[in-house]
Design a protein. Structure first.
Lengths: 313, 173
């Protein structure tokens, strides 16, 4: 009798294992039923997550207030927003100055005003069941969001749209350990690959072994074809330390992301990047010499000094 | 298994799943936080017989696979949790004091969470998915283990009572 029960248990285990392997196979082969099931689950959960986000918002704010020693949330948000805008302007200005200096002619640092965007609220943060770092926002395909769109906030790049559901989207954060992107050093225009490390710090590896970087260098997104997944010029982070190992083929550096991933509540998805893709302007147009009007001022000293110049007035 | 048991268990599992997906994920908890649903499922499996443990793992794994925060293929967590659910319930049956000693069950469930995540990471690598650097995985595993060790003693009395109610049995924890 006991043996029969044991055999039945084994049979059940085998059936379950085979079923799970069958599910994996179906999903890897892209069977729509499986992806539809996942989309359906997310569609059903999205309103609940919205509800949860709304009702837990005071709790989150309270915890945040306690952590921030009594300073009101709204005041901090306003200051943070303003500070972020100023920092973004400053970084964009630095990069633009550098580009003008080098006569690149590229328009990589397109301002936010040139983007067509949609803002969304964060309704869920990634769980520990996977090793990825993601957030879920309350805007999806109904709002025009598609996979591989750039996601930013007032500080800079947040991540990229990974999966889109009708009324929500999954965003892969730049801090995700599997995140990779092409970046450019504002000023020197060197390019490299930035990798997420699971924290607010990332690792930059330069592509050119002749290039050098220094602490304080600003990194901006290099941009992608058709602005997806990355629109060019979005501020990403700042170099905090440089690894000058003698045996290394190329220089590497530690980068601190501008965005604070632990405190994201609202993000902006870039639906459309700048019209003129600066990536196409690899060879900058030669500067055309333009006549510069000159004004010559002749000053003839007077014979006698004016009363004012003597200081006796 | 009676219809009452199945329907009550399903309701409880769905409730904890919604709680995890809609509420727990609202908070950015240090070090990546914890999965209440995963801990709950493994604790439930630890209290069950091996075949029910495997079945619990199947249902819980499938629900985790459907979560939007899971990046892997659907079926991956299902596969992992069938084996871990079976294993934890088998160990629970093998050692009588596991059921009697809260410390042992905490250790067992925390260990199972770590084993399940390691198994998931290995399976992800085999399927060609990127899961990040070795350091980030180790850090995530360690922090996840600490969270689990902190959560299990809090959850244990509640789940034991729910299990008692559904199974109509008297387990001593």
């Amino acid at each position: 009798m006991a043996r029969g029960g044991e055999n039945r248990g084994r049979l059940l285990l085998i059936i379950l294992i085979i079923t799970s392997l069958f599910l994996i196979t179906l999903d890897l082969r892209g069977v729509s039923v499986i992806s539809g099931l996942k989309t359906g689950t997310q569609s059903a959960l999205s309103p609940v997550q919205n509800f949860g986000s709304t009702i837990l918002s005071p709790v989150r704010n309270f915890i945040s207030d306690v952590i921030h020693l009594g300073r009101t949330r709204s005041e901090m948000e306003a200051l943070r927003e303003e500070n972020g805008k100023l920092l973004t302007q400053l970084r964009e200005r630095r990069s633009i100055d550098a580009q003008l200096e080098q006569l690149q002619g590229a328009l990589d640092l397109a301002g936010k005003a040139e983007f067509k965007v949609v803002s969304a609220r964060v309704i869920s943060q990634g769980a520990t069941t996977s090793f990825t770092q993601t957030i879920t926002i309350d805007a999806g395909s109904k709002n025009g969001i598609k996979p591989n769109m750039t996601v930013i906030n007032s500080y800079g790049l947040i991540g990229v749209v990974k999966t889109v559901y009708p009324s929500s989207s999954l965003i892969q954060l730049t801090s995700d350990p599997s995140f990779r992107m092409g970046v450019r050093v504002a000023g020197s225009q060197q390019i490299g690959i930035l990798s997420g490390q699971g924290t607010r710090k990332g690792v930059l590896q330069l592509l050119d072994n002749q290039s050098t970087i220094k602490v304080g260098d600003i990194l901006v997104a290099r941009g992608s074809v058709n602005n997806r997944p990355f629109v060019p010029g979005v501020p990403v982070g700042e170099v905090t330390s440089v690894d000058n190992a003698a045996g290394a083929v190329t220089q590497t550096a530690e980068v601190r992301f501008f965005a604070n991933f632990s405190d994201i509540s609202v993000v902006t998805v870039v639906l459309k990047g700048p019209d003129a893709d600066p990536r196409d302007a690899i060879i900058p147009a030669k500067p055309v010499p333009t006549p510069v009007p000159t004004v010559t001022v002749f000053v003839t000293p007077s014979q006698s000094p004016s009363p004012n110049s003597t200081g006796t007035n | 298994m009676s219809t009452r048991k199945i329907s009550l268990s399903a309701l409880l599992f769905l409730s904890v799943y919604v709680l995890q997906e809609a509420f727990i994920t609202q908070f950015h908890i240090g070090g990546g936080g914890f999965s209440l649903f995963l801990i709950f499922a493994l604790l439930w499996a630890a209290l069950s017989t091996p075949d029910i443990g495997a079945l619990t793992g199947f249902v819980a794994g499938f629900l985790i696979d459907l979560s939007q925060s899971t990046n892997g293929a659907v079926g991956q967590w299902t596969f992992v949790l069938i084996l871990v659910g079976f294993g934890i319930s088998y160990l629970g049956l093998g050692y009588e004091n596991v059921r009697m000693n809260p410390f042992t069950i905490t250790l067992l469930v925390t260990g199972s969470v770590v084993v399940a995540r390691v198994f998931y990471a290995l399976l992800s690598l085999l399927l060609g998915e990127e899961i990040g650097s070795f350091t980030s995985i180790i850090t995530s595993l360690l922090i996840g283990a600490l969270w689990s060790a902190a959560i299990v003693p809090i959850l244990m009395p509640l789940i034991a009572r729910a299990y008692d109610f559904i199974e109509d049995s008297r387990l001593r924890l």
